[in-house]
Design a protein around this ligand. Structure first.
Ligand SMILES: Cc1cc2nc3c(=O)[nH]c(=O)nc-3n(C[C@H](O)[C@H](O)[C@H](O)COP(=O)(O)OP(=O)(O)OC[C@H]3O[C@@H](n4cnc5c(N)ncnc54)[C@H](O)[C@@H]3O)c2cc1C
Length: 541
């Protein structure tokens, strides 16, 4: 099994073992850490020295001890091959440009992150060995907010919390849209990995508008209207002129994004959250078929989460409280435990936004659709004091919460999580096969079916939380094997992932075919001939 990036430039074979150079005690690492192919110890040392002169020594980590804060991860990485070898934190665009230029000089690859909280996808781990994290957290200015156009321009280190606080402090009636871990994560990092949230602006790349990008040769590109003589429409009009470029800087390694425009949602006069409770696993198909027309017609305008009982329980409970055997938790045990906390087997969260009249009219349509398929349609009044409902009601209005992070401790204190998120059309018929396949593969490796479905408008993301105990090496190894089987098993049926962790980027790229890979490789070669920006990201060396 290989979950590592393809060896097009000898990424895996030619690494120089530098545990000694990095000052590693053998017992501190599960495996030796390698420099990138073609990078000698002298090159590495040369880059570190030059980086210190650019950003100041206190913002550079170039040895095993100082790089530790960037090595935390939840994903399975039994061989420790995804650990970075250093980190550098610039404070300005000019410093990023200089760092990229010296990276070319020393052929030292850099792995850019914004806030580096890509939990369950690798945090600040790198897709291929030998990379230095380019940590942009110090570039954390909110550059502008336009209350008339409802737009913002932010730097990579700005967190959702910071943006929310800014809007509140300035009394601006605008909402942000957050992923579940909003307080510590960033609009730029999340959007660049094509993440989602749960208001009507939940598809983040859809509401992104204009970027500034440091190209691999150090040039500064502004996309869309940003490079015109009067860029006042930079955050207003996405497309600019000619080929639309913003997309090639998402889930890619073609540049370092140093500014990003985004749209903000005007606070609606009325916001009403709902949950529809269904009791049985097999209800999944009917729920999706009932939801699809409501999402496509925008009667339900937000990204809908259909939360499985197992995932919901994992937010606030530990596995041992639900099931005391090593075998995967059976549906009946999940069903019983969920019922005790006021949940069903599927809990479908959505909200209505608008005026009193609009919300009241839409509610009639929505109630009729779900009651016709045996759903219990419940509102805040029915769910008073229910922490699960409260959590989702917070998210669907762009509120901030870290509660869900508890899920990483489902199986043990070690904190093990890898997201697997295959895409399918929003048709009930697709869900039946997906549920069966996921349960079969997870079950074969001894893992529980802890999942949700996110319903965009015409598509489903089956969000599978592969939860394991990272403090148990055998469980970590099983998790790595299970993830591989999920990617290939779903891939064989055409259900490829929309996003993945650094441990499986090449494997997921394989599911999209050779022509796709060749085009990405050609763009990479043209823009970054020295392969210094994040080689291996999305399977692009
Ligand atoms: C319990 C839990 C719930 C979660 N819920 C959600 C959710 O609802 N929605 C969701 O989308 N995610 C979710 N996540 C996953 C993840 O934590 C978030 O997506 C988070 O926003 C990503 O971290 P970040 O914002 O710090 O991005 P970063 O880690 O900074 O960036 C993500 C990746 O994008 C690239 N990148 C970042 N910045 C740049 C740049 N400036 N230039 C070039 N490339 C760059 C890098 O490859 C980087 O690794 C969840 C995780 C957990 C544990």
């Amino acid at each position: 099994m290989s979950t590592l990036p393809i060896d097009r430039r000898g990424l895996l074979g030619a690494g120089v073992v530098v545990a000694a150079a990095l000052g590693l005690a053998a017992c501190e690492r599960k495996a030796p850490v390698s420099l990138a192919p073609g990078v000698s110890k002298a090159d590495f040392a040369g880059f570190i020295a030059a980086a210190k002169s650019i950003v100041g020594a206190e913002w550079v980590a170039g040895d095993a001890q100082s790089v530790k804060p960037w090595t935390k991860k939840y994903i399975p990485d039994p061989g420790n091959v995804h650990a970075p070898v250093g980190a550098v934190a610039p404070a300005s665009v000019e410093e990023v440009q200089e760092l990229v230029r010296i990276a070319n000089t020393y052929k030292q690859p850099l792995w850019p992150v914004s806030t580096g909280k890509n939990m369950g996808y690798g945090m600040t781990s790198t897709a291929a060995p030998g990379q230095i994290v380019l940590d942009l957290k110090r570039m954390n200015r909110i550059l502008s907010v336009d209350p008339e156009l409802c737009t913002a321009l932010v730097e990579p280190g700005v967190t959702y919390q910071q943006l929310k606080d800014y809007l509140v402090e300035n009394n601006l009636p605008l909402w942000i849209d957050v992923p579940t871990v909003g307080p510590i994560a960033s609009p730029v990092g999340n959007t660049l990995d094509r993440g989602v949230g749960y208001t009507p602006y939940g598809e983040h790349f859809m509401v992104q508008c204009g970027m500034e990008v440091v190209m691999p040769n150090g040039d500064l590109l502004k996309t869309g209207m940003g490079s015109t003589k009067n860029p006042s429409a930079w955050q207003a009009f996405k497309w600019g002129y000619g080929p639309y470029l913003d997309g090639i800087f998402t889930q890619s390694n073609f540049g370092v994004v140093t500014k990003m425009g985004m749209w903000l949602l005007p606070a609606p006069p009325v916001y009403k959250p709902f949950v529809v409770r269904h009791k049985k696993m097999e209800d999944v198909s009917r729920i999706v078929d009932a939801m699809r027309p409501l999402r496509i017609a925008n009667i339900i305008p937000n990204v809908v989460l259909m939360m499985g009982a197992g995932y919901q329980l994992g937010m606030f409970a530990r596995r041992a409280e639900v099931w005391d055997k090593p075998e995967p938790v059976p549906d009946e045990a999940f069903e019983a435990a969920a019922a005790k906390v006021g949940l069903g087997m599927w809990n479908t969260y959505f909200a209505l936004y608008g005026t009193e009249t609009m919300v009241a009219e839409s509610e009639k349509i929505v109630r009729a659709a779900f009651e016709a398929i045996g759903g219990e349609v419940l509102t805040e009044a029915d769910m008073v004091g229910n922490p699960y409902f409260h959590h989702h009601a917070t998210l669907m209005q762009g509120g901030l919460s870290l509660e869900e992070i508890g899920i990483v401790r489902w199986k043990g204190a070690g904190g093990g999580l890898a997201w697997f998120a295959p895409v399918a059309p929003a048709k009930g018929s697709e869900t039946v096969g997906q549920v069966a396949l996921a349960k079969e593969i997870l079950g074969r490796h001894g893992f529980d079916y802890t999942v949700a479905f996110a319903i965009g408008s015409r598509e489903l993301h089956h969000i599978i939380a592969l939860l394991y105990d990272k403090s148990d090496p055998a469980d970590e190894k099983r998790a790595a094997e299970c993830y591989h089987d999920l990617v290939t098993g779903f891939g064989d049926k055409g259900w490829a992932s929309y996003r993945t962790g650094v441990q499986a980027m090449d494997l997921v790229a394989q599911q999209y075919g050779e022509v796709n890979r060749a085009v990405n490789a050609a763009i990479k070669q043209a823009l970054d001939p020295n392969h210094i920006i994040a080689p291996g990201k999305s399977g692009i060396a």
